[in-house]
Design a protein around this ligand. Structure first.
Ligand code: GO6
Length: 319
């Protein structure tokens, strides 16, 4: 007999990376959209008390914790057998090459389990397939995502790739200033003419749209771009929204493309990766300089009922 708790007709979801910045939102969005939701509980969490407490709070909200370890292939396959959909949100930015191997292992386990109807690998940024010409060293992010995509497609695993563009926490609260997560007080660096169109996304909305895609036949084996029209803004438009909120103009400092790229020298590896990414986004306009074509869908068109957060509202957090 079907019960409501089993979320009638709704796929069961496993989140791998559920305690992370995006993963925790996937867990909550999956629960609130009525999916039976499992979160992989890894022994590697060890004494990380914040992760442990988050797992417990998921449980309180109705999630089911399932133990599994990447050093125990069988345990992964067993966890996968419980569900229909797998969402991986293990960061490729902060633990790069390590997490590439883990994702490839996850693909192997999905292949073996044989029951997974949809896999969403850790994407959630720029569309890696469009970044073939990306600069070193930042291109590592895209090269690794493409290796995961190839493994998925070679194994004929049904997928959805979500291109979520710029998470607001990293790109909006700081008016897109690198090295800080809060707005500047007096001066703001403007990248080039500041007019390249960028897409900014509230992180909870990233999760809401992502969960919407998992049972949707329109998104099967597609790339879903999160590009809600009111959140397509240039850096100058973003800064202006902040200026309107604080009732004060900031002094603009224009950074030429050459100066910006030169700033990479002497930075640590992660920051060099960041500079490359910012360059493609703010100087080249790589998030919006293409039409979504065959093989792609736009989330706000698919799900017009979602009331996505506008960036002026997001910015009020920082007042
Ligand atoms: C975000 C960042 C912010 C880096 C993507 C350095 C992959 C993507 C939009 O982890 O490296 O200060 O698409 O000093 O496909 C990081 C990365 C942003 C956040 C970029 C990213 C975006 C990775 C910084 C900084 C705020």
């Amino acid at each position: 007999m079907h019960t409501r708790e089993e979320g009638m007709g709704k796929s069961k979801v496993l989140v791998v990376g559920g305690t992370g910045y995006i993963g925790r939102r996937m867990v909550m969005a999956s629960l609130s959209q009525g999916h039976t939701t499992y979160v992989l509980q890894r022994p590697e969490t060890g004494l990380d008390i914040d992760k442990a407490q988050m797992l417990l709070s998921f449980k309180k909200h109705g999630a089911r914790l399932v133990e599994g370890s990447f050093s125990d292939h069988r345990s992964l396959v067993d966890a996968l057998k419980l569900v229909d959909v797998v969402i991986c949100t293990m960061s490729g930015v902060h633990f790069r090459s390590h997490n590439l191997l883990l994702q490839l292992q996850l693909v192997e386990a999905i292949k073996e389990a044989g029951n997974i109807k949809r896999f969403l690998p850790s994407e959630f940024g720029m569309d890696a397939a469009r970044m073939g010409e990306a600069l070193e060293p930042g291109r590592v992010t895209f090269d690794e995502k493409m290796r995961v995509r190839k493994a998925i497609e070679d194994a004929k695993i049904p997928f959805t790739y979500v291109s979520a563009n710029c998470f607001a926490g990293y790109f909006v609260g700081n008016l897109s200033q690198m090295g800080t997560l809060f707005p500047p007080k007096q001066y703001v660096n403007i990248y080039g003419d500041g007019n390249a169109k960028v897409v900014f996304m509230d992180e909870d909305d990233v999760a809401t749209y992502t969960i919407k895609t998992i049972d949707d036949p329109r998104t099967l084996n597609k790339i879903v771009y999160l590009r809600p029209p009111e959140n397509i803004l240039s850096q100058r438009e973003l800064v202006e929204k902040w200026e309107n909120l604080v009732g004060k103009k900031l002094e603009k400092i224009t950074i030429s493309a050459d100066d910006f790229l030169a700033s990479m020298k002497g930075l640590d590896f992660a920051s060099q990766v960041g500079v490359g990414h910012f360059y493609h986004i703010f100087y080249e306009g790589c998030l919006t300089n293409f039409e979504i074509g065959e093989g792609g869908e736009e989330a706000s068109k698919l799900y017009p009922d979602v009331k996505y957060k506008r960036m002026d509202e997001y910015l009020t957090l920082y007042l």
